[in-house]
Design a protein around this ligand. Structure first.
Ligand code: CDP
Ligand code: MG
Length: 603
């Protein structure tokens, strides 16, 4: 073989048709990096692949590279410089991934390997995909979703919407559940990982508004990523809506455990609120929910089609303080009804300095002082909006920047509809270009990772409570491990306190039992997590921040239940110390950052 030496041990190299066929002949899952001769295999994922390979240590997983230029079967992949990964099960194409998206690559490998095993071990049918439209075969949107199949819109009764809820996803059960779903004969027509905003959760559960648990339900539903699925049943005769409801079991967990112990909710739910899975309640519900989650599913009509052919992107929308206060819900509803997803949302009172920084290119304009005034009158509502062609679509909705002109020429546009008497400044902002969008979004939503530890005193008693708070606060748990620190590690971890009188006690305590160590991700994560923990002394925490974790779960200054990195720099160090090479995904794939379960493509 003539492959590059360095990768030879990790990836089998194919540079001619014969080697290609040899690779495809392997039993199990083969992950092929299809590359162009002039640019070579994708280097950005090598260390990730090595890690996955070591971790899985599975002889059914094969990694390969294939040179498109010299293999006839790969003719249609020639001349495409975007990294492309083809996944083959028993020689048949089962998935395609474009782009060096490490987290997604890992996810697909794990999923497809599990599927191939059910093919080999249980005779389940292999789900083969056709990469006939090179640009569309696996559509990756900003949230890291990959649609398995773009199907025609199914007939009524033949589909239902299922959700693997944030509790099950956060506990790492999604793939296990997906396997069971498929084993039970359900066919996944589409799936997306998505974190709902509170507004979306409220809208989704609108019919439950009168229930006393409504607020909890909304909170929980928007607390972290869910997997949204469209399901049909392999035997098309059945009513899949009812079949799915039967499969997941009663909403009440006690009842589920008593009466349907084999149901998903009995197996994965912990209480009625956290009942792991959702199903549309009837045929109308299924159609409503399909429209809610997949508004473009199976559609191919005029305006959206143009946009659909453009890549999914994000834009920043700012609703200035006055209108944010007066018309917030109306505007949010219009945004979601127009096919945007609100992927980030934040109210923020800006200082004059921040406004100057944000509008640095406008600081010289005559009307800047008025803008400055308008912007600092209260909290602005900042939104990161996601959809195909988001920047342009949002600009279209906004209408002309000049309100007078907007009202004359496009009275239906948002700027015309939501303006403030006597204020010449338009009330809503949108990014001008994708570059500007990416800068503006990170201005309002810088993403960070931090290290969180559930200390030994809280692991047994309060783990669930702490994890629940983590999700409620919108952190996403990127890594989680239960770990018994050695004395050496505890000493090193707290080395800054080496000279302090409590050092020995602290070390002894920290290695006296297992801790749960986690990497949390969120905008402004380090600061947010420290605020969530509260002051180090639980007595002070109780007095000053009674809702904080240390107030709720700490017993004294030493046994204060949780740890969090002081700042970004400490976070990086501590994560590296406890998890090895933590930031690998983020570092090697500079273009991919991810947060709260969403993938960000920063252009
Ligand atoms: O944990 P945090 O960063 O909030 O506080 P720290 O000042 O870095 O102290 C580290 C840990 O040492 C605390 O969380 C306490 O568990 C412990 N400590 C103690 O036992 N006695 C003190 N006087 C101060 C801290
Ligand atoms: Mg500290």
């Amino acid at each position: 073989m003539t492959g590059k030496k360095k990768e030879a041990s990790l990836q089998t190299s194919a540079t001619n048709q014969e080697q290609w066929e040899e690779i495809l002949g392997k039993k199990g899952l083969t992950v092929v990096d299809v590359y162009q001769q002039w640019c070579g295999p994708c280097r950005a994922v090598i260390s990730l692949l090595r890690k996955i390979n070591n971790e899985l240590g599975d002889e059914l997983l094969h990694l390969a590279t294939a040179e498109a230029d010299s293999i006839d079967a790969l003719e249609k992949y020639r001349g495409k410089c975007e990294p492309t990964f083809l996944f083959y099960g028993g020689g048949e194409l089962v998935a395609v991934l474009r782009g060096a998206n490490g987290p997604l690559l890992q996810k697909i490998i794990v999923e497809q390997l599990a599927k191939e095993k059910s093919v080999l071990e249980h005779g389940v049918d292999r789900k083969v995909v056709v990469d006939n439209d090179l640009a569309q075969a696996v559509k990756i949107d900003v949230q890291g979703a990959h649609r398995l199949e773009e199907a025609e819109i199914p007939a009524r009764k033949s589909y239902t919407v299922a959700i693997i809820k944030p509790d099950a996803v956060a506990h790492g059960k999604a793939n296990e559940i997906l396997t069971k779903v498929q084993d039970a004969g359900f066919k996944i027509l589409a799936q997306e990982e998505r974190t709902l905003t509170e507004a979306q959760a409220r809208e989704f559960y609108r019919h439950k508004e009168a229930e006393e648990y409504f607020q909890d339900l909304v909170q929980f539903t928007s607390s972290g990523p869910s997997r949204i699925l469209i399901l049909s049943h392999l035997e098309d005769t059945s009513d899949v809506v009812q079949a799915w409801l039967g499969f997941i079991g009663p909403a009440n967990i006690e009842e589920a455990k008593r009466e349907k112990p084999e149901s998903l909710r009995a197996q994965y739910g912990t209480r009625t609120l956290f009942n792991a899975v959702h199903g549309s309640e009837d045929v109308d519900g299924a159609s409503r929910e399909l429209a809610f989650f997949f508004p473009d599913f199976g559609k191919a009509n005029g305006t959206t089609r143009d946009a659909e052919e453009k890549p999914v992107e994000r834009t920043l929308a700012l609703i200035r303080p006055d209108v944010a206060r007066e018309n917030r819900e109306e505007i949010l509803t219009q945004i979601t009804n127009s096919g945007f997803q609100v992927s980030l949302q934040r109210d923020m009172t800006l200082t004059e300095e921040q406004v100057r920084k944000f509008y640095v290119h406008r600081a010289e304009e005559d009307d800047f002082p008025t803008l400055l005034q308008t912007m600092t009158r209260g909290p602005v509502l900042a939104l990161a909006l996601t959809r195909e062609d988001a920047v342009q679509q949002w600009k279209n909705m906004l209408g002309p920047p000049d309100i007078k002109k907007a009202k004359e020429e496009q009275p239906e546009c948002i700027r015309a509809r939501f303006s403030m008497e006597g204020d010449p400044v338009n009330q809503i902002h949108g990014s001008q270009s994708t570059e500007e969008a990416s800068k503006e979004i990170s201005f309002f939503f810088p993403v960070q990772q931090t290290l969180a530890v559930i200390k030994p005193d809280a692991v047994d008693q309060h783990r669930d409570g702490i994890l629940e708070e983590i999700r409620n606060k919108g952190f996403s748990i990127k890594r989680m491990e239960e770990k018994l620190l050695s004395k050496k590690m505890a000493e090193e971890f707290y080395k800054e306190h080496r000279e302090r009188p409590f050092f020995n006690q602290l070390v002894e305590f920290m290695c006296g039992g297992p801790s749960v160590i986690m990497v949390l991700e969120k905008e402004n994560a380090a600061e947010e997590w420290r605020a969530t923990m509260g002051p180090a002394d639980p007595e002070r925490a109780k007095a000053e921040h009674p809702e904080s974790l240390r107030a709720r779960f700490g017993s004294d200054l030493l046994h204060n239940s949780v740890h969090g990195s002081l700042n970004q720099e400490h976070a990086r160090e501590e994560i590296r110390f406890l998890f090895g090479e933590p930031a690998e995904l983020t570092d090697t794939l500079g273009s991919v950052r991810y947060t709260t379960g969403l993938f960000f493509f920063c252009g």
